[in-house]
Design a protein. Structure first.
Length: 185
């Protein structure tokens, strides 16, 4: 389940969803938990939005003419500059656990979508071997926890965010769950 949520976030934050993805998203069910409510809101928005509208929103948020409204990079949030020491530490840890960047990906490794993909892969054993909960905790605490919650809250409140506000709600609720669960280890 954790890997599925990480993969969902990775897909939605890597590029805007197409008609097929929106159709799948619209079938998701929520519950009364904070994550469940966020998922239900995302499903409702997926039913009423179009690929064109969500693409315009994605571009305004993350691309823009001179850069988007938000920077989805850990180094931006942790060091206030892109490609700084947080990215160097991430690359070291990626090498240590056997993670390489996927071919054809143009974003730096500290992009929130890449980090979500890495966590999913660590959970499922997509790399050298399945990572222990302690290794997952260490990676999460070093590279996601210090900034992802703030990023997701910024995404929820961004001026150009409608569909992606719900993505931010899912991400924020999930990061809180991960934080709590890892504290129990």
């Amino acid at each position: 389940m954790r890997a599925n949520v990480y993969r969902l976030l990775a897909v939605l934050l890597r590029e805007p969803p197409d008609e097929s993805h929106l159709s799948i998203l619209s079938t998701m069910q929520g519950d009364e938990t904070s994550l469940g409510k966020a998922v239900a809101t995302l499903a409702r928005l997926a039913k009423i939005t179009t690929p064109e509208a969500v693409k315009l929103e994605y571009n305004a948020l993350f691309i823009g003419v001179t850069g988007g409204e938000l920077q989805p990079y850990g180094s931006h949030y942790m060091a206030d500059f892109l490609h700084e020491s947080p990215l160097e530490r991430l690359r070291f840890d990626m090498t240590r656990v056997g993670i390489g960047m996927r071919p054809g990906v143009n974003e730096s490794e500290d992009h929130i979508a890449a980090l979500c993909e890495m966590m999913a892969g660590m959970i499922l054993g997509d790399f050298v071997a399945r990572s222990s909960l302690e290794e997952q905790k260490s990676f999460f605490k070093s590279h996601i926890s210090p900034w992802a919650g703030k990023f997701y809250k910024d995404l929820q409140n961004a001026r150009n965010s409608v569909f992606y506000s719900a993505v931010g709600s899912v991400g924020a609720a999930f990061v809180e769950i991960e934080e709590s669960a890892f504290e129990m280890l």
